[in-house]
Design a protein around this ligand. Sequence first.
Ligand code: ADP
Ligand code: ADP
Length: 232
Amino acid sequence: RFAVQAIDLVKDYGHGENLVHALRHVDIGFERGRFSAIMGPSGSGKSTLMHTLAGLDSVTSGRVFLGGDEITGLKDNELTVLRRSKIGFIFQSFNLLPMFTAEQNILMPLTLAGGKPDREWYSRLVETLGIADRLKHRPSELSGGQQQRVAIARALITRPQVVFADEPTGNLDSASSAEVLSFLKQSVKELGQTIVMVTHDAVAASYSDRAIVFADGRIVADVDHPEAEQMS
Ligand code: ADP
Ligand code: ADP
């Protein structure tokens, strides 16, 4: 039923005196066609949740399902294949490849999978994101906001079923943020995607259908259709 689901998810880091309980028995499911925001103070476990749901990080115990398939227990190479076909991940730190142009970075997931770009979708992505005239530039020649938008285009180029976004508007001014968030919101409805976004920004959260609030490795609130005023 869920596009992404975690059952009794536990993630500890370190041991002994340095033991950190990053996720304390988290149960959560994300439905198709919904845009969810994860909020909460720094260190509350938001990034850890995203990384474990995306199979980028191992779990201490519990189970993670992606599109009906259990990913906990899969081997690294199996996970890589699954991630490439089903997930788009927008990292806080962009993770763009410095030697490649914006265009090559955006098309990289297709290049790696041996697929061909859908030109129409590609054009729409780069135009909506406002980077159509920056495609031949390398990341170092782009502003932070432009790099972020290249990273967003790269995450969406394969039209993934599930998109994880870690502070996707963290480096954008409010006008660009609004454009990017509207685009994500529209993309969810159009492609029936599932988007899970970590954000500190109440305005960004107001674009989502659901807001989940974390504190100390646990979900402390889970509300549908949040209003910007209520989230601040
Ligand atoms: P965020 O802004 O999402 O809170 P952090 O600054 O907490 O990001 O973490 C950035 C990166 O550093 C993440 O990949 C996280 O896994 C890692 N990290 C966070 N805390 C620690 C720690 N105490 N020791 C080692 N790595 C950490
Ligand atoms: P958030 O994203 O909400 O800021 P994180 O998921 O990054 O929170 O971190 C949750 C807790 O786990 C924090 O106490 C953080 O320091 C710790 N942590 C995160 N990554 C690591 C890591 N790689 N090694 C050790 N501790 C970590």
